[in-house]
Design a protein around this ligand. Structure first.
Ligand code: ZN
Length: 240
């Protein structure tokens, strides 16, 4: 099976469409979405629609739950808060019902997906250190877990010790478990403005993180036109 894994779309229709084109060209069998379909960007409804039309197996991110009041947005920064309030206004009851139906963790063939961490998926913590990675790897019941949330692609391995790599191509070796952060489609934050997603070929046991150019200007202009905070438009240019 060839799986495409997408995460942190953040209502960026231009980035999402560009990635879906690559996913179609690569002839993936199934698309799995790791959450944060909405928030920050100007096309939440359109992005929800595409996730549903493509039949993506989807889990919840903190911004999806924020949109329906399941995440406390008092902890959000002011831009995230403002965009959440805007997203609540423009999404329909049906959109919200869909977001409300999303689970926090899901299991496929031989991999697991979660938005933040396996040890407290409902808290949406970040995995930033090898110790954070260790805590989730301890709970991993199969060989690989894909996640998003930080918007920075990175892979942690557990062999005898925990190690990590920023390399975009990973081969799963016997006896080694992996935690793969696939980065963000709609708001990359690793100083690389190109949209990020992954393809996992289960037979070859290879994972590749793809980076895709898209029409950043249009996405940024839509954010401005919607009256969302200017920095949310500006940061797309720099991937920050
Ligand atoms: Zn996110």
């Amino acid at each position: 099976m060839k799986y495409a894994l997408v995460s942190d779309i953040h209502a960026n229709l231009e980035a999402f469409t560009a990635c879906l084109k690559v996913i179609e060209d690569e002839r993936c069998d199934k698309i799995v979405c790791l959450g944060d379909i909405v928030g920050y960007g100007a096309n939440p409804r359109e992005c929800i629609k595409m996730v549903r039309e493509y039949g993506m197996a989807t889990i919840a991110g903190n911004h999806d739950f924020a949109c329906i009041g399941k995440t406390n947005i008092n902890y959000f920064n002011s831009y995230a808060k403002e965009s959440t309030l805007w997203t609540r206004k423009v999404t329909t009851e049906e959109d919200k019902e869909f977001l409300n139906s999303l689970p926090l963790v899901d299991y496929h063939d031989d991999f697991t997906v979660v938005h933040g961490t396996l040890y407290s998926p409902e808290l949406f913590d970040y995995i930033q250190t090898t110790y954070d990675a260790y805590l989730s790897l301890q709970l991993l019941e199969n060989q690989v877990c894909f996640l998003g949330h930080s918007h920075v692609p990175i892979t942690f391995f557990q062999g005898e010790m925990i190690s990590y790599t920023l390399h975009p191509e990973i081969t799963l070796e016997d006896g080694v478990r992996a935690l793969v952060n696939i980065g963000s489609i709609g708001q990359p934050r690793d100083d690389n403005p190109r949209a990020s997603f992954a393809i996992y070929d289960t037979e070859a046991r290879k994972i590749k993180v793809h980076r895709v150019e898209y029409d950043v200007e249009t996405a940024a202009e839509k954010i401005r036109k919607a009256g969302l905070p200017e920095p949310l438009a500006e940061r797309l240019k720099y991937g920050r």
